[in-house]
Design a protein. Structure first.
Length: 342
């Protein structure tokens, strides 16, 4: 009897252990990696000013109801958010002594974007302050770096930023390697006239993205919305030097780039000439016209638009009291007209 009891206990224990192992196999199976959000058509907004506005006490309303502005944008057809990031905005001559648009603020905003189920575009300025066609100054920490050190720094900063976002589950779906780099980046070394150096810098930034996730879409962003010859010169020279990218990003501001017809002619040529997708990644005026031009061109390479700072800048989509206005209704109509999915 004793032997039978012992044998029975052994069998029961074996069954229990096997059952436990099966349970652990399924209960503690690693979660599959989160896939990047993909939209066939993008209706996006750059709202990098939002943390500053909220810190100043600004609130936002839609039909008299206070809401998170990210949700208001989504309710009116937006499906993508763009954020800019600086190397060290708190540095001397930096963007913000309070550190706005640094990594920590970007991480907080990224959580909100992902919670809303929206796409996330991260815009690297590779500077402590604004980078645009008129200024592309090196971060203070890189001022004395040589050619190789600048490439290494570009790659490391890009990679480490994305690793921090990956750790909290908020990797961007798309990345800009530089902001409005029509005249180059990291001046004076990476000015446009130094085409080989500029290409090397871009390759370093691209590699920093690929080090973390090869599926993130890469954008090269130039400020030549209505300037076809300038657009072609930049793109042809980067392609000739084997810079790999997925998307051509264009800024369009009529005071610098001409009327909407100029944008239309340029985009039509880019659509025909290059295999990359095309996005108007910054604009403020001619909201209906810009989207009509983008979404009406043939094929499936014209992916969409990003309105720049619609919470507070220029022809903002909110009034001074934070109420969504007629411009916001325009986006509801654009979303319906072009079947923008969310």
């Amino acid at each position: 009897m004793k032997n039978r009891i012992i044998q029975s206990l052994k069998i029961s224990s074996g069954i229990l252990i096997s059952a436990l192992m099966v349970y652990m196999l399924f209960a503690f199976k690693p979660s599959p990696a989160k896939k990047h959000i993909h939209f066939d058509k993008i209706l996006g907004a750059d709202i990098s000013f939002l943390p500053e506005l909220e810190a100043e006490g600004h609130k936002f309303y839609d039909n008299g109801i206070q809401k998170d502005p990210i949700q208001i944008l989504k309710d009116h057809g937006f499906n993508y958010i763009r954020l800019r990031i600086f190397n060290n905005p708190s540095a001397d001559s930096g963007y913000s002594k309070k550190g706005y648009c640094d990594l920590e603020n970007t991480k907080k905003m990224a959580l909100r974007i992902k919670a809303a189920g929206m796409g996330f575009l991260l815009d690297f300025h590779y500077s402590d302050n604004w980078a645009d066609p008129g200024k592309q100054f090196k971060p203070k920490a890189w001022e004395s770096a040589n050619y190789q050190q600048l490439q290494d720094s570009l790659r490391a900063f890009t990679k480490n930023t994305l690793l921090a976002l990956k750790q909290q589950g908020t990797l961007p779906d798309m990345v800009q390697v530089g902001n409005e780099i029509s005249h180059g980046m990291l001046w004076p070394d990476g000015r446009l006239k130094n085409l080989d150096t500029l290409a090397a810098f871009l390759k370093a930034g691209v590699q920093g993205v690929k080090d973390v996730d090869k599926s993130i879409k890469i954008m090269l962003h130039i400020a030549c919305g209505g300037e076809n010859a300038e657009s072609r010169y930049f793109l042809d020279n980067m392609l000739k030097r084997d810079v790999k990218f997925d998307i051509i990003g264009e800024s369009y501001y009529p005071e610098w780039h001409g009327p909407p017809d100029s944008l239309s002619r340029n985009l039509a040529d880019l659509n025909h000439r290059y295999k990359q997708d095309v996005i108007v990644v910054e604009y403020s005026q001619h909201k209906q016209a810009v989207n009509d031009i983008e979404f009406s061109l043939p094929g499936n390479k014209m992916k969409g638009t990003f309105i720049w700072e619609p919470l507070s800048y220029g022809e903002a989509a909110f009034d001074e009291k934070g109420n969504a206005n007629a411009f916001m209704k325009t986006y509801s109509e654009i979303s319906k007209k072009y079947n923008i999915t969310q």
